[in-house]
Design a protein around this ligand. Structure first.
Ligand code: ZN
Ligand code: ZN
Length: 240
């Protein structure tokens, strides 16, 4: 339990939370705009799931995430946070370790949720989306939301504990990468190489081949377990 209120942690969490919401809105607007239309991975001819119909669920899931995080960090504070200073040099190693462990667990749990029963009652919600834009990061069944958030908390528990700054930095990277996988854009500037890659890989999972690319961030697990589907140029364009 929290012995005393950690205000920098609360400020960091609120900052990452609102960054995520604003980043999602901006990415979604860019993907839908005429200006970036040429960079859309898939241009839907007919999208039965317009963004406006996604708003109530998205709003609920964003609030639900805030509740889950509050519960985890009040009950499991000592597992993930310590007050000791941490060497700046270890931060990239810690972040990479969290992302690798998270993505490995995500791969398998995600694959299990593609079994017929779980797909029929839970994961189908997310797969109603065939042409992802950033808002679809939150177009989830609450059970999907719960296990995704739990896997991150488990990963930081395994690698941690972290001091407050490194924990917020790790959370920020995880949120940024998660918000990028549904970006739906393949932008020409090399600055966007990573986000383009994440969006291309996950786009395949929503569109061309739902039985592939179960990992979120790295191709390794899909390559290792035979479910990797490379996103090729000819996979972009207009589809029904
Ligand atoms: Zn899936
Ligand atoms: Zn998705």
């Amino acid at each position: 339990m929290v012995a005393q209120i950690n205000f920098p942690l609360i400020a960091g969490l609120v900052g990452v939370y609102f960054f995520s919401v604003i980043f999602t809105v901006l990415q979604t607007r860019a993907a839908k705009s005429e200006r970036y239309k040429q960079y859309r991975l898939y241009t839907p001819v007919n999208d039965p799931l317009a963004n406006t119909s996604k708003v109530p669920r998205t709003f609920f899931i964003i609030l639900f995430i805030a509740c889950i995080w509050t519960a985890y960090l009040t009950q499991g504070y000592d597992w993930v946070i310590h007050d000791e200073p941490s060497a700046f040099a270890v931060l990239p190693v810690q972040i990479l370790a969290v992302l690798l462990i998270y993505d490995f667990m995500f791969y398998w749990v995600h694959r299990v949720f593609h079994l017929p029963l779980l797909m029929r009652y839970v994961h189908y919600v997310h797969h109603k989306v065939r042409f992802p834009t950033a808002i679809d990061d939150y177009y989830l069944h609450p059970i999907d939301t719960l296990w995704v958030t739990t896997l991150f908390f488990l990963s930081v528990t395994i690698v941690g504990p972290f001091n407050t700054t490194t924990f917020i930095a790790t959370l920020f990277v995880w949120v940024f990468m998660n918000n990028s996988i549904h970006g739906g854009l393949n932008l020409p500037n090399p600055v966007f190489r990573l986000t383009n890659y994440l969006a291309r890989m996950h786009n395949v999972h929503h569109g061309k081949n739902m039985s592939s690319n179960f990992g979120s961030f790295f191709p390794f697990w899909d390559m290792l377990f035979g479910t990797h589907h490379r996103s090729k140029k000819e996979h972009y364009g207009q589809i029904n």
